[in-house]
Every structure is written in structure tokens, then in C-alpha cells.
Design a protein around this ligand. Structure first.
Ligand SMILES: Nc1ncnc2c1ncn2[C@@H]1O[C@H](COP(=O)(O)OP(=O)(O)OP(=O)(O)O)[C@@H](O)[C@H]1O
Ligand SMILES: [Mg+2]
Length: 426
């Protein structure tokens, strides 16, 4: 995210990130180094672990023991590559029905020069608390633009004169109990959470190029159990949303529809699946192993058109939900003619074409970018969230509700840690 919310003191050294996906869990350890000028930070991945996910369904922890075991061995694999243990992790958050809301706050400045005290007043934690649903935890609170009187789009209002200072804050909240389960499983692995980052925000940080962020673009991450979207406008994330449907639902539709084991359904989907029918589909026969006893290798054959007939309606359903959520976000008109698709399930043949059709926009498929050292195996769209978490660490946005922003009662000194936050951010 753009200055002034990026920390002016770049973060360097080792960082670790954990993507708790519904299909796979992955851990990246990256070394962050400041450039020669000391400003731009680069990231190089030095440790990688990833494996099939257990105990996580549609982004939520549903089995603490299974999730803990998966995380532990994933982290150990990454640590082994680096030869160092990690203690803190950036973790993605897909659970607890994360919800975005934009709130506008305003304070009188009486024609005086705007300073830190005015900023503190308008970014007050009490305002966040008052706008947060009672049973939700605050995950992000990102200032996305200031106004001084009638002038909007002000990046740093300090030093300006005006009667009123306004701020638009993007809050992301999630239900407390699922977030607690997520935190519990991480603690059980003896890891500390450096920051929770909404999954779609992380994926967008890895996949949107600067122009897309500025001009307004939606990044859609089609995962195994959830499909999530993040909207960027004027360089800032203004909206996120998560739908609890993903590629895994296509797989189970195939398994049910053709009475085939889930592993075979998964293979059929990736090898022969397509959401755009072709005239040759009726003639092309696909082998279908049937569910049965261990030694029973019965198999049948179906035309490819049957497979297309199973996967296409589900893919359409997911994309139609995305379209509805985009409309409901209120940013439908502001986000231009482009969507960016990522996540493992975005690789389904024909999906970009179908997305363009359903969403009425051009669709670009994106692999994660912006960090070095990714091997071929972990540079695909399924790793957008992991890479985005590293990008989040690189951009190091200190948010109003972040760990560096303490509520008033916990502050010491006149402006305390808020003053420090301001000094770091402006
Ligand atoms: N080539 C392919 N064609 C179609 N689908 C694919 C392909 N490769 C992977 N997938 C699907 O992508 C999904 C996994 O995507 P991804 O790795 O992004 O999920 P995840 O991050 O673990 O889960 P989530 O983000 O939903 O919690 C699976 O449903 C898998 O079947
Ligand atoms: Mg994912």
C-alpha cells in the first residue's frame, strides 16, 4: 500500500508467512534486504514448505489437531531449508466471514494548521470500536484517503490549514470465534502471529501491478474452498469479500456426479476439465474409475461433454456470486474494465473466458510476482496468498489497528505510541 501508510523504516531480515489454505498449507521464509538507497526492500525466498491441508475447510479451522500437525510439518520443512527456527509468522485469514466496511470520520480543526493531535482525534480507536460489530475482531483498519474541507484525496494533511479534517477508513472485521480458533492453532505450534492478513488482500498484493492498483482493479483468488476478492482504487485496498466456495466444490460435484473417488475426480478436473464446451466434447471419451472396494478396479467411460456439463454450472455459480458481491460493494462502477484471476482453481481451462463473460470485464490470469527465489513448483497462482503475505511484510503497512497502534489507555506520554506510529508513517 502506498505511502504514507508504508513504514518509512523498511523491515529487513527473515520473515515467515503461513498460508492456511483449504487445499494446501504453505510456509515461505524470505530474507528481506534494503536496496542500495535504503528505500526499496527486496525479498528472496530462502525456505519453502507446502503440503496437503488437513483440518481446514472453506478457510476455517475445523480440526485443531489435524491443522496443528499440518502446520508443524510445513513450517519444519521450510525451517530445514534455512537452518533456522522461526518464531513469528504472518498468517492469512479466510475464516469468520470477513467483512469490509468503509467509515468516514471527521473532526473540526478550526482553521488551524493540522497536526498529529488532529490526526489522532480523527483516527481514534474509539471510532473503530464503535463501527465494529460486537461479535467481530478488527483485522484491518487502513486509512484510504483524507480530506481537508472540500479537498479530497489528500495523502498527508499535516501542515495544511482547514476547518474540517476527514478520513476514510477501510475496516475489515471477522467473527471472533473462528479467529480465536485460528489463533489457537498457531499458538499450539509455538508460533506468534506477526499479523493476520485478509486472504484476498494478500493475493492482490502479489498479483496486481501498480497501474492496476491505481486505476482500480479487482483481484479474484479462486482457491480450493473459498473464492475471495479485493478491490484496489487509487492505490489503496477499498474492499474485500470472501465466498465459501472454490475448486474443491467442482471436484466433489464430479465425484458425486460420476461416482468416482475424490482423487480421480481431482485428476479428471485438472486433466480434462473445461468450462467452455467444444464440438468435439461428445466424441472424446474420458476414463472414469468407479468407487468400489480396494482391489476393485472397475472403470467406465464418459464423453468429455458430461464433465463439462458438471463443472461449468458450478464455476458459473461461483462467478455469478462474485458478480453479485462486486455490485453490492458499491465499487462496481469505479473499478474499470478489468479483473485479475489467481488461485489454484483459476487454472481450470476456459475459466478466464467464462469470467470475462459472467463479469462483463476483461479477465487476466496472474501468477504471483514481486519476490525472488520462487521455484517453478511454488510460483503458480495457488501461491498468490503466500507471496502476497511476503509482499505485505515488505510493504509493512502500519495500520491504525495494527500492533503499533495502541488504544489511548495503553499509551504512555502525550501521544505515546500513536506519536511513534505517526512519525514512522509520515
Ligand atoms: N490445473 C488446474 N485446473 C483446475 N483446477 C486446479 C488446477 N490446479 C489446481 N486446481 C484447483 O485449485 C484448488 C486449490 O487452489 P489453491 O491452492 O489456491 O487453494 P487453497 O489456497 O489451498 O485454498 P483456499 O484459498 O480456498 O483456502 C483445488 O480445488 C484444485 O483442484
Ligand atoms: Mg488460498
Amino acid at each position: 500500500m502506498n505511502k504514507p501508510f508504508g513504514n518509512s523504516k523498511p523491515r529487513t531480515g527473515l520473515v515467515a508467512v503461513l498460508d492456511l489454505g483449504s487445499a494446501k498449507v504453505s510456509c515461505l521464509i524470505a530474507r528481506l534486504a534494503a536496496g542500495v538507497a535504503g528505500d526499496r526492500v527486496s525479498a528472496r525466498v530462502v525456505g519453502i514448505g507446502h503440503q496437503r491441508s488437513h483440518g481446514i475447510k472453506n478457510g476455517s479451522v475445523i480440526d485443531l489437531d489435524a491443522a496443528e500437525a499440518t502446520i508443524r510439518s510445513t513450517v519444519e520443512a521450510a525451517e530445514a531449508m534455512v537452518g533456522e527456527n522461526i518464531h513469528k509468522v504472518y498468517v492469512n485469514l479466510s475464516c469468520g466471514r470477513p467483512a469490509s466496511r468503509l467509515i468516514a470520520a471527521e473532526t473540526e480543526t478550526g482553521g488551524r494548521e493540522i497536526d498529529d493531535v488532529h490526526l489522532y482525534r480523527v483516527l481514534s480507536p474509539e471510532i473503530l470500536e464503535a463501527n465494529k460489530p460486537a461479535d467481530h475482531d478488527l483485522i484491518h483498519s487502513i486509512p484510504v484517503g483524507y480530506s481537508v474541507d472540500e479537498n479530497r484525496g489528500v495523502r498527508d494533511p499535516r501542515g495544511m490549514y482547514g476547518d474540517r479534517l476527514g478520513v476514510n477508513l477501510h475496516m475489515v472485521t471477522a467473527q471472533t470465534s473462528p479467529v480465536k480458533n485460528l489463533k489457537t492453532v498457531i499458538e499450539r505450534c509455538h508460533l506468534e502471529i506477526e499479523a493476520l492478513v485478509a486472504t484476498p488482500l494478500a493475493s492482490a498484493l502479489a498479483c496486481l501491478v501498480d497501474d492496476e492498483r491505481e486505476l482500480g482493479t479487482t483481484c479474484i483468488d479462486l482457491g480450493g474452498g473459498v473464492t475471495s476478492l479485493a478491490i484496489f482504487c487509487d492505490g489503496e485496498p477499498v474492499h474485500t469479500d470472501i465466498i465459501p466456495l472454490g475448486g474443491g466444490h467442482l471436484t466433489s460435484d464430479i465425484a458425486r456426479g460420476l461416482s468416482t473417488p475424490l482423487d480421480s475426480a481431482e485428476r479428471m478436473k485438472t486433466l480434462f476439465g473445461n468450462v467452455i464446451p467444444s464440438p468435439s466434447d461428445d466424441a472424446e471419451m474420458i476414463p472414469v474409475p468407479l468407487i468400489g472396494e480396494d482391489n476393485d478396479h472397475s472403470e467406465t467411460q464418459v464423453p468429455r461433454s458430461v464433465l463439462v456439463g458438471i463443472v461449468r454450472p458450478r464455476a458459473e455459480e461461483i462467478l455469478e456470486l462474485v458478480r453479485d458481491r462486486l455490485k453490492a460493494s458499491g465499487f462496481d462502477k469505479a473499478i474499470g474494465q478489468r479483473v485479475v484471476l489467481t488461485g489454484g482453481a483459476s487454472q481450470l481451462s476456459g475459466l478466464a473466458e467464462l469470467a470475462a463473460d459472467v463479469l462483463g470485464r476483461q479477465a487476466r490470469q496472474a501468477r504471483p510476482r514481486g519476490i525472488e527465489g520462487l521455484s517453478e513448483a511454488v510460483s503458480g497462482p495457488g501461491f498468490a496468498t503466500s507471496v502476497g503475505l511476503v509482499r505485505y511484510a515488505v510493504e509493512n503497512p502500519l495500520e491504525v489497528a495494527g500492533s503499533d497502534f495502541q488504544p489511548v489507555k495503553e499509551r504512555s506520554g502525550a501521544l505515546g505510541r500513536f506519536g511513534q506510529w505517526l512519525r514512522q508513517n509520515f
